[in-house]
Design a protein around this ligand. Structure first.
Ligand code: SF4
Ligand code: SF4
Length: 172
């Protein structure tokens, strides 16, 4: 169901809080170490990331019902996300979004979509080997690709092997 003015306002406030906290956390992380990955490309609007939005949470939130229930309640009532699965491997809570129209593959409240939708797939960049959906218009690129490309090009490799390595190592 399309968001009304009240839910739009609540989501805008929540989004601001979330985005501010995330910016600070990422800035602190950048000070400690250089991120391994960055994004290239752009969103093509395929909507694959709307099919089963997942939120990674900490172990306490994942395992303690006292924390998880209010979080799931907030996601359901405010964001329209219904919890369908909990993945212990990635400590992710997986949802079905009630704003997603499976026929048109459109969001009925795109203007007020939550921060995790706006941030995707940047949120994956903290993972050791981020995987995007097939067909996603973004690309994951190694941040030190110039150095890695220089090292590879110093080797006496056939052009096809060189191109394959660059592709596999996410240098292009
Ligand atoms: S999967 Fe990628 S291209 Fe598709 S909508 Fe999401 S961000 Fe955009
Ligand atoms: S709120 Fe909109 S953008 Fe976010 S998952 Fe649902 S349909 Fe997609």
């Amino acid at each position: 169901m399309r968001d009304g003015p009240l839910r739009t306002l609540v989501k805008a406030i929540a989004r601001w809080v979330w985005a501010t906290e995330l910016k600070l956390r990422r800035a602190a992380h950048r000070l400690r170490e250089r991120p391994a990955w960055e994004l290239g490309g752009a969103c093509q609007g395929c909507a694959c990331c709307c099919e089963a939005p997942a939120i990674r949470v900490g172990p306490a939130m994942f395992y303690l019902p006292l924390l998880r229930r209010p979080f799931a309640w907030w996601q359901r009532v405010v964001n329209g996300f219904n919890l369908v699965e909990a993945d212990p491997e990635t400590l992710s809570l997986v949802f079905r979004c009630t704003h997603f129209d499976w026929k048109t593959r459109r969001c009925d409240s795109y203007h007020s979509r939550p921060a995790i939708c706006r941030d995707y797939p940047r949120t994956l960049l903290g993972q050791p080997w981020p995987e995007l959906f097939d067909g996603c218009g973004f690309r994951v690129l190694a941040t030190d690709r110039a150095r890695q490309i220089a090292i590879l090009e110093e080797q006496d490799l056939p052009p096809q092997t060189l191109a394959e390595l660059k592709d596999r190592m996410r240098l292009l």
